[in-house]
Design a protein around this ligand. Structure first.
Ligand code: WTA
Length: 635
């Protein structure tokens, strides 16, 4: 039996039990079976959640790009590593072989070196979904620089905050990006952001749109001429198992984003092992994940997990609705995609349109469907199953987080029987627990509680960049010796998990995590606003939409309401990005607060959801009269 590939339910349970009883032996065998190590570890794992400190494969030396690239060259050099599908269906797709990818990563790495980047330096990558994004990520890993990819839909201010937080010295961007019918000037956003980033000495610019841009003398350079001159050989920097591989920011419940730090060895082993089984990848399959590499899903399951398995991974530049609602299915048919992984919000949006957009295309290549990022509702699950999977391809509803690095709870296709809306069983090595509000574990089945993980796994984030205390406070302080996920979950009669949603101040809109605090901070900076509170309410495509309750400053009431709403959303776009814009804004005389001054969001959530028949216990409210007034005016 190979531990690396799971064939049936019995084997799953057998491996699962082993992974819990003898975690060290179990993970050691996985690490031995499949990877290329420069030096073997001396210690499989070490952990203490009270600090928290977690180490995997300590003493080992490796470079993840040797595992994602060099290792495949003898047998798979001519195999396609990346299929690039451009935004415009009229532009030809590119097939990049492992040989070519290796050469291009080395060239890119040599350019970074020539610009003074070395091991441990932070490099910010702000690029559209073009091959250079994956290449830049791997080039950083090649030389041991820590990449910090910022999703290219974030505003200049959000970009600057992320650049400054981890002190990036170099930024990689493009002249622009194509998104459906729109062209965005990325370079201009970078220029604006860099006005407040003194540490950035160099900006490398990839040509994509050919749009007019400004190049700042002494700072900005086109990368193409540098790549042309660079050697196609670049020795991989040998890294320690626990050296940081990347930082990726995620929203938190305070204004500052959290820079989650991921390690080299554990992250590699876990993303590769989950990819192989959860997508049932077989040699010569074509795998497509529609996420952006700017999010964790793209890091783990477009770049590292697939490439560590020698897979062919699709990079799609466009959007699901351009040039029409059939684009995803056109691309599936064109490249004969075998595994397709997307977000429930995309499924819901496409399910609203005519089935003609689906039925035009031959989807018979599909073997596995996946979803990630938010709970999938039953209707969307059935639409996906009936029309895309033709009742013939298992759906893996994969639950995980930026912080977990890889998939934690998911069916294994053709192994775990699925039930709509259930992420089903923990992956091998993952030990979930449901906790009650008093901090006690809820044992048994048919129970609901707060989802925690009680034992470390190799890909868990090691810290928050520059703020280990916050790492402890956010994830390890609520429940003793447990990693707290921030999600609620239930466990059914057979032990399947169903994620019920966030229990903290993070709202998931169209699969994107948004913290309420940064949005409120952005609104409160508007000159007419004195205070605000944001809550989510159910939305049939986005999952959740944002509802803002805003108190105006004295005098602000005289301004035109519609203009004010527009300005508030512009303000949010500038601070965070268009993804955080509010769907509804209500101007209110006050906010419901407890005697200790905390906003009672529970009440606002009910008002936003138009569910005010029972507001629950409001005896601790300082100002019940405000609630009446808000309900009267609610939208
Ligand atoms: C939510 C994305 C239900 C959850 C990989 C989690 C999900 C947050 C699922 C992390 C799922 C992710 N079912 N909810 N299958 N997958 N979530 O960091 O609330 O962008 O905590 O990572 O998304 O979002 P993040």
């Amino acid at each position: 039996m190979s531990n690396y590939s799971i064939k049936n339910l019995e084997e799953y349970f057998q491996l699962y039990r082993k992974s819990v009883r003898e975690p060290e032996n179990f993970w050691e065998e996985i690490a031995e079976e499949h990877f290329f190590w420069r030096k073997r570890w001396t210690n499989v794992m070490q952990w203490d959640f009270s600090k928290p400190e977690v180490k995997w494969f300590e003493g080992a030396k490796l470079n993840i790009t040797e595992n994602c690239l060099d290792r495949h060259l003898p047998a798979r050099g001519d195999k396609t590593a990346i299929i690039f599908e451009p935004n415009d269906p009229g532009e030809e797709a590119q097939h990049i072989s492992y040989n070519e990818l290796h050469a291009r990563v080395c060239q890119f790495a040599n350019v970074l070196k020539s610009q003074g980047v070395s091991k441990g330096d932070r490099v910010c990558i702000y690029l559209p979904m073009i091959p250079e994004l994956a290449i830049a990520v791997l080039a950083c890993a090649r030389i041991g620089a820590i990449h910090s990819v910022v999703f290219a839909g974030f505003s200049s201010q959000a970009l600057a905050a992320r650049i400054n937080d981890c002190d990036c010295k170099l930024v990689i961007t493009a002249d622009g990006s194509f998104r459906g019918a729109k062209t965005l000037n990325l370079k201009e956003i970078v220029d604006q952001g860099l006005e407040s980033c003194k540490g950035v000495k160099t900006v490398l610019v990839v040509k994509r749109t050919g749009g007019e841009i400004r190049m700042k003398d002494g700072r900005d350079q086109w990368i193409e001429p540098l790549l042309d001159k660079a050697s196609e050989d670049c020795k991989a920097e040998i890294m320690d198992a626990e050296d940081p591989l990347f930082i990726l920011y995620t929203s938190g419940s305070t204004g500052k984003p959290k820079g989650m730090v991921h390690s080299s060895a554990g992250y590699m082993v876990f993303t590769a092992y989950t990819f192989k089984n959860i997508f049932r990848y077989r040699e010569n399959d074509i795998y497509w994940c529609t996420a952006d590499i700017g999010w964790i899903t793209g890091h783990s399951y477009i770049v590292y997990g697939p490439l560590a398995n020698g897979a062919t991974t699709v990079i799609f530049e466009g959007v699901p609705t351009y040039p029409d609602y059939g684009r995803f299915w056109e691309v599936v048919a064109k490249h004969k995609v075998n595994q397709f992984y997307t977000a429930p919000t995309a499924i819901r949006a496409l399910a609203k349109e005519s089935l003609d957009f689906v039925d035009k295309y031959d989807l018979s290549s599909i073997k596995v469907l996946g979803t990630v990022g938010e709970p999938i509702n039953e209707e969307a699950w059935h639409w996906y199953n009936n029309n895309i999977g033709k009742n013939n391809s298992p759906i893996v509803d994969t639950w995980w987080q930026t912080e977990t690095g890889g998939i934690m709870i998911s069916p294994i296709p053709y192994v775990t029987p699925t039930i709509p809306t259930y992420a089903t069983l923990p992956y091998i090595g993952i030990q979930p627990a449901l906790m009650d509000e008093k901090g006690k574990e809820i044992k048994g089945n048919q129970v609901e509680g707060r989802l925690c993980i009680k034992f470390p796994w190799p890909a868990m984030a090691r810290t928050i960049w520059g703020d280990h205390q916050r790492y402890y406070d956010t994830y390890f302080s609520a429940f003793k010796n447990m990693y707290f996920t921030g999600d609620g979950a239930m466990r059914n009669a057979v032990g399947y998990y169903r994620i019920t949603g966030r229990v903290d101040d993070v709202i998931i809109v169209s699969g994107h995590n948004l913290g309420t605090a940064p949005i409120e901070d952005a609104i409160n900076e508007h000159q007419s606003v004195s205070e605000s509170a944001i809550v989510g309410y159910p939305h049939d495509i986005k999952g959740n939409a944002l509802y803002g309750f805003v108190i105006l400053k004295h005098g602000g009431e005289r301004r035109d309401r519609e203009n004010l709403k527009k300005e508030i959303n512009e303000q949010i776009s500038e601070h965070i990005g268009p993804i955080a814009k509010l769907d509804k804004i209500q101007f209110v005389p006050g906010l419901p607060k407890t005697r200790s001054g905390k906003i009672m969001r529970r009440i606002l959530r009910k008002i936003a959801a138009k569910d005010t028949s029972n507001l629950g216990d409001i005896s601790t409210l300082l100002n019940p009269e405000v609630v009446e007034a808000i309900i009267k005016d609610a939208q």
